[in-house]
Ligand binder design. Structure first.
Ligand code: AGP
Length: 610
């Protein structure tokens, strides 16, 4: 989604804005722009396409003098990607510039009212109403803060705003509702940004702006106000990540780097929760009685996080014998779900800002149901609003296609299932001990699989021209198939479907032609024979079968044309291993096709609109 950066201080603003925007490229965008006050007036430069175009246009920012400015990367929602729709947007007098992330839901109504007042629009965006309404209220009240307060009372929907006024060239203003926005307290100036990586070069002390809050920055000070314009006190937070966490560090792509960070991510998510041979999830804050009282779990998430939820269902139901429902967040909130007093709603999200997941969380809270967020981004909306939060310690994930955050989410779910199972007496102490041993082996086993990348690269190169690829599996293997398929389609643009292996013959098998690649995941011993039959079914119809199965399972070679073996582990944890070759496969197909691996077309890292 859109990215916002703002700077005020002693240095030239434009190069800092460009640098910050480059750290937000992962969010997805199709145009970019900057507004800088040059000592006399506000100048705006915009460009459709990559940030590189804006950098070239402004000679890396050099042609835009001035030490106060706002910048934006736009992911088009209202109006096509174009220079006129790109942000920042001006009022008619070009004295107020605005950047915006989110959607102003009542913009049509506001646009009509403003048109009646004589305002003229030069873009198709919802954002331009903010610029003109600011103009209207600023002319009326002669005070920027009052104008902002008035405007945020008029607009409905989600917004993070960065604003500068030519009449007040020593201030940057920011406001938020539902779209993320942070303030960085630097040494030679202060910043606003949509996410922490954009400010890490200048500071690690940040403030998270809450819904309805306004921030007013000068080069030296930062003041906060509530929705009524009354001052509020806020504490800054020190962020542990260093700048290198958000850099490629010698890897060709962030996605490859992040795949290689998976062993560490697994270790970091596991270590603080396994103490003296016991699973301890302190942040859960649930007594044994409360855990025993849980009657049903609802897991709600989007995309890959939803896929970990599907694995979570098998693991929690299997280990702890609690019924689990898994929902896509966009469906959950509108289906009037049946929620009972003793239910637990788990919302899984890397960004912690996905609008559908956030809305689902709010729906559950509104109904008084206990909520748990499994979240990666510290201080994000879901992390702050959930009753309890379990962080996945994956660090910043930049590639749009998630890998390490996915792996960390799986670990969090395994631990939760183990804790619930232990308290509810559905597993023995010996079984838990064995599971802990297996969990601790995962990082080294993932490393082993990553080291096999050349073989997968060679195999992937054969499929860069594929028209479609199928993924099949049963039980947990079906969840893995879904994630393998999503990884492939999002970064290689090859059509792919994931099917529950037993369901294939009820329709989809008609799509199998001579040479169609079918990736069959078969890690679950109890289901192995059944999946093997489904592999034979597709092979008989001409498919080329790639199998991912457990070491030693050579029987698979009867039905597979190409086999990738994963090390032995507890069947509940197989997703953590089987997903690695599928991530590598998707990655190398994408590289082979020359796609933009880290920033695939049409996608955004953090989806803050419905
Ligand atoms: C994964 O590769 C995707 N980019 C996407 O499906 C993602 O998992 C989904 O949008 C949910 O995001 P979240 O985890 O930040 O909520």
């Amino acid at each position: 989604m859109c990215g916002i950066v703002g700077y005020i201080g002693k240095s030239q603003a434009a190069p800092i804005l460009l640098d910050g925007l480059s750290k937000l490229e992962y969010r997805g965008y199709d145009s970019a722009g900057m507004a800088v006050y040059d000592g006399t007036e506000i100048k705006i430069e915009k460009a459709t396409g990559r940030l590189k175009v804006l950098s070239e246009l402004t000679h890396d920012g050099e042609t835009m003098p001035g030490t106060i400015g706002i910048g934006h990367t736009r992911w088009a929602t209202h109006g096509e990607p174009s220079d006129s729709n790109a942000h920042p947007h001006f009022n008619t007098d070009r004295t107020i510039a605005v950047v915006h992330n989110g959607i102003i839901e009542n913009y049509l109504k506001l646009r009509t009212t403003l048109t009646e007042k004589g305002y003229q629009f030069c873009s198709d965006t919802d954002t331009e109403v903010v610029a003109h309404y600011l103009d209207y209220y600023y002319k009326k009240y002669k005070d920027p803060l009052t104008a902002i307060v008035k405007v945020i009372h008029r607009v409905e929907g989600a917004y993070a705003l960065g604003i500068i006024f030519a009449d007040h060239p020593d201030h940057v203003y920011a406001a938020r509702n539902d779209s993320p926005l942070i303030v960085g307290k630097g040494t030679d100036g202060n910043l606003i940004a949509s996410d922490v990586p954009a400010v890490l070069k200048y500071t690690r002390d940040v403030y998270f702006i809450e819904n309805g809050e306004i921030a007013v920055l000068t080069g030296e000070n930062i003041d906060f106000y509530n929705v009524d314009g009354d001052p509020v006190e806020k504490e800054s937070r020190h962020i542990d990540w260093d700048e290198s966490a958000a850099e490629k560090g010698g890897y060709e792509h962030f996605m490859l780097k992040e795949m290689y960070e998976q062993p560490k991510t697994v270790r970091d998510t596991l270590a603080p929760r396994v103490k003296d041979g016991q699973v301890e999830i302190e942040e859960l804050g649930m007594t044994e009685e409360e855990i025993k009282a849980v009657e049903r779990v609802h897991i709600v998430a989007c995309g890959s996080a939803y896929h970990t939820g599907v694995t979570g269902k098998y693991v929690i139901e299997g280990m702890a014998r609690i019924p689990v429902e898994v929902d896509l967040a966009s469906e959950f909130r509108y289906r009037d779900p049946l929620l009972n007093e003793h239910d637990l709603v788990i919302v899984i999200s890397q960004s912690g800002e996905t609008m559908d997941s956030l809305a689902a969380l709010r729906e559950a809270k509104k109904r008084g149901i206990m909520t748990l967020g499994i979240v990666n981004v510290v201080g994000s909306s879901i992390a702050r609003e959930a009753d309890k939060v379990m962080y996945t310690w994956a660090g910043p994930e930049i590639a749009v296609a998630t890998t390490k955050a996915y792996s960390a989410q799986l670990i969090a779910l395994y631990l939760l299932a183990m804790k619930f199972a232990e308290v509810r007496g559905t597993v023995t102490k010996e079984e838990i001990d064995g599971m802990i041993r297996d969990l601790k082996r995962l990082p080294a086993q993932i490393e082993l699989l990553l080291n096999n990348k050349e073989r997968i690269q060679k195999f992937a190169n054969r499929y860069v021209a594929a028209r479609e690829i199928f993924f099949i599996g049963r039980g947990i293997d079906y969840a893995i198939a879904m994630e393998g398929s999503l990884k492939l389609k999002e970064i290689s643009y090859i059509h792919s479907e994931a099917y529950a292996a037993g369901e294939l013959k009820h329709g989809t098998i008609s799509l199998i032609e001579d040479g169609t690649l079918v990736a069959a995941i078969a890690t679950q011993d109890g289901l192995f024979k059944k999946t093997l039959s489904n592999m034979v079914e597709v092979k008989t119809r001409g498919a080329f079968v790639l199998a991912v199965t457990n070491e030693g399972n050579t029987e698979i070679e009867k039905a597979a044309d190409y086999v990738i073996y994963i090390p032995q582990t507890n069947p509940y944890f197989a997703d953590s291993l089987a997903i690695v070759p599928l991530q590598l496969f998707a990655y190398y197909v994408s590289v082979g096709k020359g796609c933009d691996v880290d920033k695939p077309r049409n996608l955004a890292k953090s989806v803050t609109v419905e």
